[in-house]
Ligand binder design. Sequence first.
Ligand SMILES: [Zn+2]
Length: 825
Amino acid sequence: MSPTRRTVLRAGVTGVAGAAGLTALSGRPAAAARPDTGVSVYPFPLSAVTLLSGPFQANMARTHSYLSFLDPDRMLHMFRLNVGLPSSAAAMGGWESPTTELRGHSMGHLLTALAQGYANAGPAAFKTKGDYLVAELAKCQDRAAAAGFNTGYLSAFPESFIDRVEARQSVWAPYYTLHKTMAGLLDMHLLAGNAQALDVLTKMAAWVKLRNDRLTQAQRQNMLDTEFGGMNETLANLYQLTGDPNHLATARYFDHAEVFDPLASNLDQLNGYHANTQIPKALGAIREYHATGETRYRDIATNFWDIVVGRHSYAIGGNSNGEYFKAAGRIASELSDTTAECCNTYNMLKLSRQLFFTNPTRADYMEYYEKALYNHILGAQNPSSSHGFHCYYVPLRPGGIKTYSNDYNDWTCCHGTGMESNTKYADSIYFHSEDTLYVNLFIASVLMWSERGITVRQETSFPETTTSRLTITGSGAFTLKVRVPSWATGAQIRVNGTAVTEPVTPGSYATISRAWASGDAVDISLPMALSRESTPDSAATQAVKYGPIVLAGAYGTNNISSLPTLNASTIASTSTPLQFTATASTGQVTLLPFYKMHGQRYTVYWTVGTTPQLPPFVAHYRFDETGGTTAADATGNGRTASLAGGAGWIAGRTGNAVNLSGSTAHVALPSGILAGATACSVATWVRVDTIATWARVFDFGAGTSASMFFTPRSSAGTARFAITSSGSGGEQRINAPVALTAGVWTHVAVTLSGSVGILYINGVEAARNSSLTRRPADLGTTTQNWLGRSQYGGDPYLDGALDNFRVYSRVLTAAEVADLHATGG
Ligand SMILES: [Zn+2]
């Protein structure tokens, strides 16, 4: 990134000085005094990306409607009264009521939302309203001394709240509230070109410095036990803009050692900490790294992200229960009505962006972004509300239901960050570096990459379809990096109809460098499949996903109080995109994308029966018993077999063998002998006394439709292994060149792995099939696992004996098979 690169300001925006830096901020134009250290990828300004029709645009439109509706004088009411200015506006309720200690916190969210809305497709009236708010706030700030406050103080509550923080007396979170205002002012300056906003902000920053300069380091650190939002982040951002070292020094006052020190050592000590108090600290750390180049800040932020995403996050990408981090890995045990506070994810998304700018080789940052954006943020707004009312918590207990804010009597923190989230969906679809364009998200939109004279139009209805088309207007050489999500097995990218030769590897960015020409079309195909995400503390507690989309069970008014048990094999698609049905312990249930789940109760998590993992060596029947009708499993796994139909004992290849010389004699192995196996080997000694067509050495199945078997002689006259999950017509076969020989002990082994199946006779390969697609797992839990008996009732039973029958859930090597033959094992 050249420090002289300019990004395009929205027409009419003036007053933004400077030429570089601040480019790692949210869609902000290049406008700072200082370049960011350690950043190699940059966002486009919000004005460069236009959303096209789709769910994100619909959400944005509702929030825009709310921004137009809000009465600025009601928002200013307590700011004015706080400094003795008159106000006849009606007081607001909820967290903005005149007696709530957090009053005024929504002002900053509103300023940011107006600035973002103005920069991204909103009306000019947003800037007018934002400018009015800034001007009126400036008047309040100018009255600080007259009201008995220190110069520069600006708030809807008295400065004595800060005295209480410093004295460690009870008070909600005054610095948190002031941070919101400061961040909103910075956005009004950077995104809406308001010069006065920077003046008011600079005075607030000077006031923060005044309050903290006079404290000891120990006093300041004690004070940081009270939630202070992203004071370090906003002050670092301000330093990048102004270059004033006082702003950096003040930012560092908010480096909370108790939280930063363990994170710098990559220790997870988050258990019991208020979650959304900590996330902005990490966001501040990464911006302090960008401002100073001190890698400890980078490590703190990187480690924090890894810890929170890896050990403290639900399937929807959110974190926290009752606003707090719990012990690492506690997810299934922390499902309640107060899970997944929306602000936390708003801040985790901001952190993910900054970390990606810092290390774009990590595709997982934007993969998490996709997960949390679709499954948490997008679905946290009520689509039935024309004003975009927003969730505070997102309940994840079974039977939970989303509840929402309102116009003037709620004002939770998440209502505020919701205004922000829903006015900046355009900010992370595309990023760029000098000569590279990143496509991160599959959201219908148009990008104007003005520095290169390139327009990219992305047309998609993802995730309801699995494709996206980029059409390029303009020409020139640049590298296109398309995020290939880790869930998109089989992803393909075509340029002008031809599949690219570059790797398209899930979990990375596909890199396509070429001289692009107007009209070039890039078609991205991202196949989705059903999958389930287990919780770390309960393997059987799982969320169902289709591609990246969490599917929740729709329960209407049924306030279920415990996790339903889901029969995962019954999940079936419907004619409606992303809508499925399934059978659960509660009966037939419809599964919907969680982002579309509104107005009814639901479950995100289920109890799903899991198939126990097979051991590599599943079973071994020596058949050395001398009496009785059971055959021991020599592996110690306890898979005892049963002799039936007159089967008995006889001298074998080594020791005894099972004698199947009766008309209905056979052996039954336990149910599910290879359930879930994707590879397997079966090996045995067999002596066939009479070769009868279609007799079986073994036949594992659940009837004639799904089975795998070996016959000494098929109707084609040779020995054959076959596997099918769709009857005889679907059999995939390995045909030996000849039939088994009657009356002699013969060693037979079959191995399956990937697409390769090999049949060994007497320790050497006799035949193979390299295009198999069926696996034991495709047969389900087989219940008729027979030796000497076919799934087909009309087939003959085996006349002969078996010895040392072995079953593996892994592939035996040729050497291992040869050794079994050589040793008689
Ligand atoms: Zn919140």
